[in-house]
Design a protein around this ligand. Structure first.
Ligand code: KIV
Ligand code: ZN
Length: 511
């Protein structure tokens, strides 16, 4: 059996379907470049038919990524497949991933199609896709609740039509490891020519079993796992890439296969995705959580000092954890700044962007003498770097907060280039500031989440704030970072408002 496990990353597609996780084209490109640097085999860059913006993002990623296959999702209809085919055209290696639901409940209630019609449509989809590429993946959506006989029938038909990768999604996270492994075993035994294709799995985490189910499938011969950075994804998310990769690497004795992932790029990828989407990583998260390699208890520390392997099964540096490094200071020049960004995998596309970013770096260096990698990552995550996306812009903010007094905020905000002033009282300085913004923006959006994290240690650390807003069913996340957490909060709020103003609606492929 082939011992290469294909790592298919769907952070930019399934991950992005998570409410509030949508990314701009530039952000997607940065994530794609990091995935390429990490040597992911396949990058699912999006769903081309979702919107012109999604098409454009996939096309741009296909133009710039050379070392990973670039893939677009497409429902099993001609329009979706043609959009996907056009979007991946510039790729050095391009894939179309088409899918249709196969469970009785999805076929009857969602598609309103008979099983015969579903098989016919799946075959047509693969045939349309072949006009663009030989690298075709077919997914039986909700395979985890589909009948085995029907799965065998549809998979046999799409292999005949030319599909090369067959994906078995546990779309609603309903399966348990033994059962899911048995499904993969049966499919490989029963489907004719099953040895000519790669069997893939795509597990959701509704019962917290996405990684366990994926790994159980690997022991039965699945040779592609679909996963996301930090386990981002719809509802409880997808299988976490970092956990799959490190499990396979650490327990080669069990899995008997290898990936080509450069594991030292895992933590930078995790930080990049978390910074861009505003989905923080819990401290006790395996591999990428801040405490994943911290040995707090005295007994553990003693053991680790005597012999690391008493308590550590992996090395922190192997997954990309580094000591907080002082990288730059206020005297650092433009070149040093640019080089450090490149080392972090952050590319700046134009001189204008570099100038704006460098000016903001200098502003930060005036306030904070030691600038760490994390500070630079936060600085570059801030969408203010691309001015055309900014409708609202904070010009100035003054906040008074005193024990026994009502906090008061006064600000100047620019909206579409026109400056206005506003003032408001609030329950705290952040509340007062948000009310002052709202007096000008009148967005009438609902605040779903407000969270503050410190980017590095020390009381001069930048606070990184995430604000999640909802309006008319749309959910967006905004981020802001500053040494002053009230300013960081206002930046995050304005960032979210800018997304509400600028991000167009798009279609969810599975609804
Ligand atoms: O969860 C799912 O079934 C999917 C498919 C489109 C592969 O995301
Ligand atoms: Zn999914």
């Amino acid at each position: 059996m082939n011992d290469h496990l294909v790592i298919f990353d769907t952070t930019l597609r399934d991950g992005e379907q998570s409410p509030g996780a949508s990314m701009t084209k530039d952000e997607k490109l940065r994530v794609a470049r990091q995935l390429e640097r990490m040597r992911v085999d396949v990058i699912e860059a999006g769903f081309a038919a979702a919107s012109p913006g999604d098409f454009d993002a996939i096309h741009t990623i296909a133009q710039s990524i050379r070392e990973s296959t670039v893939c677009s999702l497409a429902r099993a209809n001609e329009n979706d497949i043609r959009r996907a085919g056009e979007a991946i055209k510039p790729a050095a290696s391009g894939r179309i991933h088409t899918f249709i639901a196969t469970s009785p409940i999805h076929m009857e209630k969602k598609l309103r199609m008979t099983p015969d019609q579903v098989v016919e449509q799946a075959v047509k989809a693969v045939q349309w896709a072949r006009e663009y590429t030989d690298d075709i993946e077919f997914s039986a959506e909700d395979a985890g609740r589909s009948e085995l006989d029907f799965l065998c029938r549809i998979f046999e038909a799409v292999i005949k039509a030319g599909a090369k990768t067959l994906n078995v999604p546990d779309t609603v996270g309903y399966n348990v490891p033994g059962q899911f492994a048995a499904t993969i075993r049966s499919l490989r035994e029963r489907v004719p020519n099953s040895d000519k294709v790669i069997w893939s799995v795509h597990c959701h985490n509704d019962l917290g079993l996405a990684v366990a189910n994926s790994l159980a499938a690997v022991t039965e011969g699945a040779r592609q796992v679909e996963c996301t950075i930090n386990g981002l994804g719809e509802r409880a998310g997808n299988a976490a890439l970092e956990e799959i990769v490190m499990a396979v690497r650490t327990r080669q004795d069990i899995f008997g296969c290898t990936t080509r992932i450069d594991t030292t790029q895992i933590v930078p990828a995790s930080k990049l995705v978390s910074g861009i989407t505003g989905f923080p990583v819990q401290p006790n998260k395996a591999i990428v959580g801040a405490n994943a390699f911290a040995h707090e208890s005295g007994i553990h520390q003693d053991g680790v000092l005597k012999h690391r392997e008493t308590y550590e099964i992996m090395r922190a540096q192997d997954v990309g954890w580094t000591q907080n490094k002082l990288v730059l200071g206020k005297h650092s020049g433009r070149n040093a700044f640019k080089t450090r960004l490149a080392d972090l995998g952050i590319t700046v596309d134009s001189e204008e962007q570099l100038n704006i970013a460098f000016a903001r770096f200098k502003e930060l260096a005036d306030k904070k003498h030691e600038i760490f990698d994390e500070d630079l990552q936060a600085l570059m995550s801030d969408e203010a770097v691309t001015p055309e996306q900014e409708h609202y812009k904070l010009v100035s903010l003054r906040v008074c907060s005193e024990t026994g007094e009502t906090p008061h905020a006064r600000m100047t905000l620019s909206a579409g280039g026109v400056e206005s002033q506003s003032e408001a009282d609030g329950d705290g300085p952040v509340d007062a500031s948000f009310k002052a913004v709202e007096r000008i923006a009148a967005s009438h959006s609902e605040l779903l989440l407000f969270s503050v994290n410190s980017i590095t240690g020390g009381t001069d650390a930048q606070g990184e704030v995430t604000v999640r807003l909802s309006k008319n069913g749309r959910v967006v996340n905004g981020q802001g970072a500053d040494t002053d957490i009230v300013v960081a909060s206002v930046k995050a709020y304005i960032n979210a408002l800018n997304k509400l103003v600028s991000k167009p609606e798009k279609v969810n492929p599975q609804v």
